[in-house]
Ligand binder design. Structure first.
Ligand code: ZN
Length: 400
């Protein structure tokens, strides 16, 4: 139905960055031109969007705790198609071999490693939309999963509207919870076959769905939240108006909802932006980093991130001190998907090669030294012919 399913056409992280971090003096020099026209800094860098310029540095209470029942599993990354429960993992998987445009919901038991379709209907063939585990792409165009208070959540398209549905752990009940937004659809005139739909990034955290509505070429984008199980309208938490603004990598940790924003110049190749946080208790927004970041996680009072040049850093959010983290042997390539998460108290740097899908995981100690290195595949279907599960390492995951 749509040319683009569950994805956005481009993100800053897909594009080579050419100096997004703005020195304070460059900003000061260019801020006087606030006519609304796009301006470039003295050295050709992109000027930070006006809404971002005067946001204060984070100085809030350190509260980045994770609570299983109510908190987003932020370390799984954006719009993840998996969530972890106390005993296993739910996953939404595209049914490529079944000749049906649908995803099926699976549950993998952690203890036995047994994977089953989430359907308890008797005499079900588990092959069409009558199956409890079947989510037709036309209705459920974003194959994501979130969990909250003992249920799963999924985005459903009802007419023009994207709604959040609650799905019981046994798959038997699907119920509308709240409405996110009207779907952004762009029809390309030069190719009447192609229709792109732009889906929001979202996370469910402590009673709310947090989401953003940017898309390629937009002039405004916002961070919103809407209460679960309500008919309330979404509340706008923050808005950027600029040339191609992005608001992405929404990741709640504890009391804070963190996000990245960037705005581009006319070429679309150069960005200014940074990382910000919304305080769910007092409603304020503060600044965490002036880097546009490839991947990040927050643990205790530290922000760990990979910058656009592939450097791994740790920022102490209490003191503001930034230090390089990780030994030189840690090779972070440009052509990798980058994920940071904690596993049993250790930072794991997970790098997945775009082409081979081979994932290398470095497990680091508190000083950033490599404790162990694992090489494996996120999905069994990625294992190349001639190799088997026994030839590769079992990868680590957050929340297990
Ligand atoms: Zn079934």
């Amino acid at each position: 139905m749509f040319g683009c399913t569950g994805c956005h056409t481009s993100k800053p992280e897909d594009i080579v960055n050419t100096g997004a971090s703005l020195a304070a003096d460059v900003l000061a020099e260019t801020q006087q031109d606030v006519s609304g026209e796009e301006v470039s800094g003295a050295d050709g860098t992109v000027v930070l969007s006006k809404e971002l310029r005067n946001i204060p540095e984070f100085s809030g209470e350190i509260d980045f705790t994770y609570v299983y029942d109510t908190d987003a599993q932020s370390d799984l990354g954006q719009n993840s198609s998996q969530v972890y429960t106390k005993d296993g993992c739910y996953s939404m998987e595209y049914a490529a071999a079944m000749n049906i445009d649908a995803c099926f919901l699976y549950y993998t038991d952690a203890a036995s490693d047994e994977k089953v379709l989430v359907c308890s209907k008797s005499n079900c063939t588990h092959r069409d939309e009558t199956c409890d585990a079947c989510f037709m792409m036309e209705e459920y165009p974003m194959p994501i999963l979130e969990q909250y208070h003992g249920a799963l959540y999924e985005v459903k398209l009802d007419g023009d509207y994207l709604n959040i549905y609650r799905i019981s752990f046994d798959g038997a009940v699907r119920q509308k919870s709240c409405t996110l937004m009207r779907l952004n659809i762009e029809e390309k005139v030069e190719d009447d076959q192609s229709v792109s739909a732009f889906y929001p990034e979202l996370k469910i955290h402590r009673g709310y769905v947090y989401f953003s509505d940017y898309y390629a070429g937009c002039n405004t984008c916002s961070l919103y939240r809407v209460k679960l199980d309500s008919q309330e309208e979404p509340e706008v938490l923050f808005t950027m108006t600029d040339h191609s603004p992005f608001l992405y990598q929404i990741r709640p940790y504890g009391r804070y909802v963190n996000f990245e924003t960037a705005n581009a110049d006319k070429s679309g190749m150069n960005f200014a932006g940074g990382m910000y946080t919304y305080d769910t208790e007092d409603g304020t927004i503060s600044h965490l980093s002036d880097q546009i970041i490839h991947g990040y996680t927050i643990q205790d009072s530290f922000l760990y991130y990979i910058d656009m040049n592939g450097g791994l850093y740790r920022k102490d959010l209490q003191t503001g001190t930034i230090t390089p983290f990780g030994e030189d042997a840690l090779e972070i390539g440009q052509n990798d998907d980058k994920q940071l998460f904690f596993h049993e108290g250790h930072l794991v740097v997970a790098l997945t090669d775009w082409e081979t899908r081979l994932c290398t995981q470095y497990v680091l100690d508190e000083e950033g030294r490599i404790l162990s290195t694992l090489e494996g595949y996120e999905y069994e279907s990625y294992i190349p012919e001639g190799q088997s599960k026994e030839d590769v390492d079992t990868l680590l995951h957050p929340y297990t």
